[in-house]
Ligand binder design. Structure first.
Ligand SMILES: [Zn+2]
Length: 219
C-alpha cells in the first residue's frame, strides 16, 4: 500500500525543521516516523535524514515487516524502537529520534531532564523526561526498557535513551519535532544554569495546573 502524501510531507517538513533550528548533532543522524494505521507506519529508510525526500521513506508493519519501499540495514534494527511507542501509546502519531547534543548530554549522564522551562510546558512536556537504561539500539533489552518507562510514566512525550540520545513522540511528526526543539533548548538552558548556581523548579503547584489544563484541551 503506498503511503499517503500527507504523512510523507509531514516527515519531510519535520526533518527540515530539525535542521533549520540546528538541534541535530554534527552527523545529522536521526530517524522519523508517522503512523499510517493501527498496524503500520512510515519510517525514514536510512540513518541520515538531512535533505530528506519522500523517496527515502518506507512503510513498515509493527512486526518489522517492510510493506512498501526499502529499509537500509542500519534502520531495520530501529523499527522496534518506534513500534513499541505506537503500540503502547495509541495517541501517538509521530516519532523523532535524534542525538541532539544538549539532550544527549543528559542521556550520557543518565540524568532525567527536569521540566522547568516554559518551552517544555508549551510543547507538551509537563513532567521530567525519564531515562531508559542502556541497551544496544533496537535490542530486546532496549525495547523492553522503553516499554517499562512508558508504563511507569504514562503521560511523558519523550524519553532519554541512556548513553545514546533522545526519543520524542507527539500527535504527528511536526509536533514531535517541535518538542525535540523545546527539549534541546531546555537541556542547553539547564547546562548553562549550572554555571550560575543551577536551574530552579517552577513554583509549587505549577506543573499540576498545566497538566490539568493540557488534559482539558486534549479531551
Ligand atoms: Zn541513535
Amino acid at each position: 500500500m503506498p503511503h499517503t502524501p500527507d504523512s510523507a510531507t509531514a516527515l519531510v517538513e519535520a526533518s527540515r525543521l530539525l535542521f533549520t533550528t540546528a538541534v541535530m548533532s554534527h552527523s545529522g543522524h536521526g530517524n522519523l516516523s508517522a503512523r499510517l494505521a493501527e498496524d503500520r507506519f512510515l519510517l525514514t529508510a536510512t540513518g541520515m535524514i538531512r535533505d530528506l525526500s519522500p523517496a527515502q521513506l518506507a512503510t513498515v508493519g509493527m512486526d518489522g515487516q517492510v510493506v512498501d519501499g526499502e529499509l537500509g540495514p542500519e534502520n531495520a534494527e530501529i523499527v522496534a524502537m518506534h513500534s513499541v511507542v505506537y503500540r503502547t501509546r495509541p495517541d501517538v502519531g509521530g516519532i523523532a529520534h535524534t542525538h541532539s547534543p544538549a539532550a544527549t548530554a543528559f542521556a550520557l549522564a543518565n540524568r532525567p531532564l527536569p521540566c522547568r522551562t516554559e518551552p517544555l510546558l508549551r510543547f507538551g512536556q509537563a513532567e521530567e523526561i525519564p531515562v531508559v537504561p542502556w541497551g544496544p539500539r533496537g535490542s530486546d533489552v532496549s525495547v523492553r526498557g522503553i516499554a517499562a518507562v512508558l508504563d511507569a510514566s504514562a503521560t511523558t512525550n519523550a524519553v532519554l535513551l541512556a548513553n545514546h540520545g533522545l526519543l520524542v513522540f507527539g500527535s504527528d511528526p511536526l509536533a514531535a519535532a517541535r518538542l525535540v526543539i523545546a527539549i534541546e533548548e531546555s537541556a542547553e538552558a539547564e547546562l548553562a544554569a549550572t554555571r550560575i548556581g543551577g536551574g530552579v523548579d517552577f513554583p509549587a503547584g505549577a506543573l499540576a495546573a498545566v497538566r490539568a489544563s493540557m488534559t482539558r484541551t486534549s479531551s
